[in-house]
Design a protein around this ligand. Structure first.
Ligand SMILES: Cc1cc2nc3c(=O)[nH]c(=O)nc-3n(C[C@H](O)[C@H](O)[C@H](O)COP(=O)(O)O)c2cc1C
Length: 161
């Protein structure tokens, strides 16, 4: 079955502080992982300052059924479909769903970028590429941090008499 990819944008209606909202989004993503995996869906979700953009990729019937449920969910509003196209391969194949983390520098810049995504394929595609880059950059940062910590532990154990 040909693979499809969908991108939408919405405004979160979840209550509470920015931290509380992020925790609730983490919970949504955690619940979605098993459901998406069962439906052969992969994707990612980015939350910045009240805005959500989410990518779903997989078989079209599964994307449609999931997006229909997402659209009815009152935890966000103004759900706007930005792109639905056939895809050559998966860009988020390693994640049945993941919450993309961004640093404070991007947190300030991204909302403008996300508001500007028109319904034209070009900027939707650029946004999907950006989400993928943020995800791989985040994974690389975490890996190098883990490597640094492992090296520090090794150094500490070597310097012990
Ligand atoms: C921002 C947002 C993203 C969501 N992403 C997914 C998703 O990727 N997969 C999914 O199954 N449900 C997702 N949900 C949850 C669905 O809206 C819905 O609550 C869930 O699929 C259960 O549906 P049901 O109660 O009709 O069984 C998301 C909800 C929100 C608010």
């Amino acid at each position: 079955m040909p693979l499809h990819r969908l991108l939408y944008r919405s405004e979160i209606t979840l209550p509470g502080s920015e931290t509380a909202v992020r925790h609730q989004i983490d919970a949504i993503v955690a619940e979605s992982e098993a459901r998406n995996a069962a439906a052969e869906l992969t994707g990612a979700l980015l939350y910045v300052r009240g805005l959500i953009v989410q990518v779903l990729e997989g078989p079209l019937p599964a994307i449609e059924a999931t997006f229909e449920r997402i659209c009815c969910d009152l935890r966000h509003r103004r759900v706007e479909l930005l792109e639905l196209t056939q895809a050559e391969g998966r860009m988020f194949g390693s994640w049945s769903m993941t919450h993309i983390r961004v640093g404070h520098d991007l947190d300030a810049l991204l909302p403008t970028r996300l508001i500007e995504i028109g319904a034209d394929g070009a900027s939707a595609h650029a946004t999907i590429n950006l989400m993928r880059s943020l995800l791989t950059a985040g994974a690389a940062r975490a890996a190098s941090q883990a490597e640094g910590e492992a090296a520090a532990t090794a150094r500490a154990s070597l310097s012990r008499p």
